[in-house]
Design a protein around this ligand. Structure first.
Ligand code: ZN
Length: 261
């Protein structure tokens, strides 16, 4: 707090030698954070940092000592601790894409990025197929494809709709999945539903064609087939999969006979 005569006796949590001097409007901490920070590392809230002092936005340790601040040295931060996801997925793509260890974690990050993509659409009213989040989404799709081909699984929400009423309740988001079916692939690009192998043949004639023990599809990558026919949400926002849950149910029933009971 400011004392009379301009002398300050604030306690400042110091995370960097020089950066932005900010106060968190949520938890009240005063911090010296790396430049561009938009997330509070103490309470993890986004969009709540304000300049502590308009006349000293950017500061270093010396300038704080000159002001007689009480400095608390903190350990160095990882980017995700002081930057929001929307900055990470536009400015730290390789770093961020390296973080998820499993296919599921990659899928989760992909869907989070997909909601940012969709929000950007709504906010800017600029409904183009590409925006600032497209490069991150493409990178994460590539990574998810590699993970799937290594045999790592992601979930398919099998709904088992038996009536039109069921169908509309799913579309309205009012019906939980009947069961989770795991989906993965292998080096040849075949599919596995709950570990059961279904051979895949690429063919430009069919978007998909379900044969007894194999699928013909024009989609070259398992990850693209997944988002086209098996996922509820698309990688580019929640308008996502127009075939959900009808074709997803059909495919699950076809290759998981025990599920269809
Ligand atoms: Zn805070």
């Amino acid at each position: 707090m400011a004392l009379r005569g301009g002398l300050r006796m604030e306690t400042v949590d110091v995370y960097t030698e020089r950066g932005d001097l900010v106060t968190c409007s949520d938890c009240g901490k005063v911090m010296l954070l790396p430049y561009g920070a938009d997330k509070c590392p103490a309470c993890k809230k986004e969009g709540c940092l304000v300049w502590t002092d308009e006349s000293l936005r950017e500061a270093d340790i010396d300038s704080l000592l000159e002001r007689h601040c009480n400095l608390h040295q903190k350990s160095e931060l990882q980017p995700e601790e002081y930057l929001s996801l929307s900055i990470l997925v536009t400015e730290y793509i390789p770093y961020l894409a390296d973080k998820p260890q499993t296919a599921r974690e990659t899928l989760f990050l992909l869907l989070e990025t997909g909601s940012l993509f969709e929000k950007y659409w709504r906010d800017t009213r600029c409904f183009q197929s590409e925006n600032i989040y497209t490069p991150a989404i493409k990178t994460l799709l590539d990574k998810l494809d590699v993970k799937l081909r290594e045999g790592d699984t992601i979930p398919v929400e099998y709904q088992d709709c038996r009536s039109l009423e069921d169908f509309f309740r799913v579309v309205a988001g009012e019906r939980p999945a009947k069961e989770e079916v795991s989906f993965s692939s292998d080096k040849e690009g075949n599919y596995y539903f709950n570990g059961r192998k279904v051979k895949v043949e690429n063919s430009d004639e069919y978007a998909y064609r379900l044969l007894k023990t194999k699928i013909q599809t024009s989609y070259r990558r398992p990850v693209d087939f997944y988002f086209r026919f098996l996922a509820r949400f698309g990688p580019y926002g929640t308008y996502g999969n127009v075939y959900y849950p009808s074709i997803t149910d059909l495919i699950c029933r076809r290759y998981l006979p025990e599920t269809a009971k």
